[in-house]
Design a protein around this ligand. Sequence first.
Ligand code: AMP
Ligand code: MG
Length: 343
Amino acid sequence: MKLLGIETSCDDTSVALVDETGATLFLETLGQETLHERYGGVVPELASRAHAQILPTLVQKAFQETGTNTSDLLAIAVTRGPGLSGSLLVGVSFAKGLAFSHSLPIVPVHHVIAHLRGAFDRVSDLRGKTLGLVVSGGHTHLYDVTRWPKLKRISRTVDDAAGETFDKGGKLMGLPFPGGPSIERMAKSNTRPTFPLTKGPIRTEDPMNFSFSGMKTAFSLKLRQALLSTDGSLSAEDQALWSDSLQTAILDHLFSRINKVIELESPETFLLGGGVAINQVLRERMGALCQKHGINLLMAPPKLCGDNALSIAQIGLDSMLQGLFTPFPYRDLSVQARWDPSE
Ligand code: AMP
Ligand code: MG
């Protein structure tokens, strides 16, 4: 028996097939960067239309390449939320239609929990007190995940996410969309000392919460000032310096909280997931910190950092083994664009 995973929460259409042991039979993720590039951000209407166009073909490809029929499926796991309503609806409606034809159970999956699921192979890999950080385009959230799959939120961003900050910085500098990988690439070539980005007053009472909006404003104002003395664009050398400075400021802010939570909670295991977790500098700093404290660090491998259906399928399998699913005819199964995983 096989389990099909579907992920369409934002601008990646992803399909995966796993067997009953959780082994990957198929994984393909098609991004929509070229579609949204000229707008400098994801346009929800375009994203959902593209999912509707791509998803059936991608599922057909998964079935053809693995010799699978709908009758071979144990269940279908699909992202229910959080995300863009229109995008989520495409995935959930497709899953319902396909499952309906064979009365298959559906496992509705939380997107943020899936980002953390990408960090480990088996639930038994989680040892002792376990914390998890999700850093993506929409989330910068820290959880106590000791009672997996139950999440207890420790802190969150009170305004923008780390990924959004990378993306906004890249857009302001005229770098290719999305900003995260462009900034990391540019920062690598910087040879000059970075400059600080004053964050301004952080609008949160809780010192464990994250806040990036002040840093974004500081970057934007400073850049506007610098551009006044040029023809309106930055040299490649300056792009490298500005990229490195923004990347350092974002990571320093993340680590100010990570350091504190490690001190307070003394975790045995730490999970890192989400699109920003692919950042090599973040991974190296995380590795050094966890090594210093003797923490078992589990990071999502690069192909599972961003939105992907394999993590969805794996949660689907975990849930089926526990008897947790929505049975045919899927009453009450709809999308949940806003959904706190610690609820
Ligand atoms: P997700 O929200 O999980 O789909 O991840 C997308 C986010 O990850 C976007 O904000 C990207 O800019 C960000 N991202 C992707 N690659 C990198 C990178 N190398 N460094 C920093 N952020 C990145
Ligand atoms: Mg995501």
